[in-house]
Design a protein around this ligand. Structure first.
Ligand SMILES: CCCCCCCCCCCCC/C=C/C(=O)SCCNC(=O)CCNC(=O)[C@H](O)C(C)(C)COP(=O)(O)OP(=O)(O)OC[C@H]1O[C@@H](n2cnc3c(N)ncnc32)[C@H](O)[C@@H]1OP(=O)(O)O
Length: 254
């Protein structure tokens, strides 16, 4: 994890295995986000990227699964879910910057981020069924929320890979870019826009959006009402309203 101003960059750096997620890699991602939480006041956004230029993450570590017992499989999935929960609990927006393969646990890692930006060279899939597995890092939970239950079922049952055109059309990818440099510049531009807003309000909005995901309408509405009420108790809300009425730029908390 490196810091570039108020942007944290988490790089999955195991290019010889197309950044496959071993338990060690997952624990390192968890540690990176724990450090980001400790430095929350100085970080306005997080980019998650894959090293090597061919893959974001090509999945969980298949070599590491050979001979694993059901209990070991359950434990590795639990580890994957702990990492996803840590990412969703991050105070700042987390952008999955995909350049290349995002498959299996790699797509699930991207789905635990707030949204996905990707290059034209990227491809996405949940090919677990080709290994006799199923998604185990949240794919059956988060993919339907993004692309809809029917398309999620088709992708998970077929295990097929989709390219950038279909990924954008399905809503899986929010913005596409010609290459990695444009992708990272675009992601930084988004974080710069976020950084102009109240950090308290952005964190509040993320907490409400994540907390309401998958809930019934009544439960989700109650979570939103709670978050909206909390906003009225913040200095940033008082500053934001005052700045508008005084026709000046707000000076939000850091
Ligand atoms: C009990 C212990 C578990 C340990 C893991 C813990 C973490 C788990 C968290 C919970 C997650 C559970 C749910 C998720 C499950 C999965 O993700 S299953 C895996 C899904 N992914 C795939 O099936 C993709 C596999 N890869 C490929 O199909 C191809 O590599 C490719 C992406 C299409 C690229 O093909 P090609 O360009 O021909 O390159 P290759 O030669 O195949 O690959 C280059 C080298 O990278 C290695 N590699 C690629 N993917 C993985 C992988 N997922 N795991 C391990 N290694 C991988 C590949 O073997 C090559 O290595 P070398 O042969 O040494 O060069």
């Amino acid at each position: 994890m490196t810091l570039d101003g108020d942007v944290a960059i988490v790089t999955i750096d195991r290019p010889k295995a197309l950044n496959a997620l071993s338990s060690t890699v997952l624990e390192a991602i968890d540690d990176a986000f724990a450090r980001i939480a400790d430095a929350a006041a100085s970080i306005r956004g997080v980019l998650v990227v894959g090293a090597g230029g061919r893959a974001f993450v090509a999945g969980a570590d298949i070599a590491g699964m050979a001979g694993a017992t059901p209990e070991e499989g359950r434990r590795s999935a639990e580890l994957g879910h702990r990492v996803a929960a840590r990412i969703e609990a991050c105070h700042a927006p987390v952008i999955a910057c995909v350049d290349g393969f995002a498959l299996g646990g790699g797509l699930e890692l991207a789905l635990s981020c707030d949204f996905i930006y990707a290059t034209d060279a990227s491809s996405f899939g949940q090919p677990e069924v080709r290994l006799g597995l199923i998604p185990g890092f949240g794919g059956t939970v988060r993919l339907p929320r993004v692309v809809g239950p029917a398309r999620a079922k088709e992708l998970i049952y077929s295990g097929r890979r989709i390219g950038i055109e279909e990924a954008v059309a399905s809503g899986l990818v929010v913005r596409r870019f010609a290459d990695r440099d444009a992708l990272l510049a675009g992601a930084r531009e988004t974080i710069a826009q976020v950084a102009q807003n109240s950090p308290v309000a952005v964190a509040n909005a993320k907490r409400v959006l994540v907390g309401a995901a998958g809930r019934s309408t009544d439960e989700a509405v109650a979570i939103e009402i709670g978050g909206f009420g909390e906003a009225f108790g913040t200095d940033d809300m008082r500053e934001g309203v005052a700045a508008f009425l005084e026709k000046r730029s707000p000076g939000f908390s850091r």
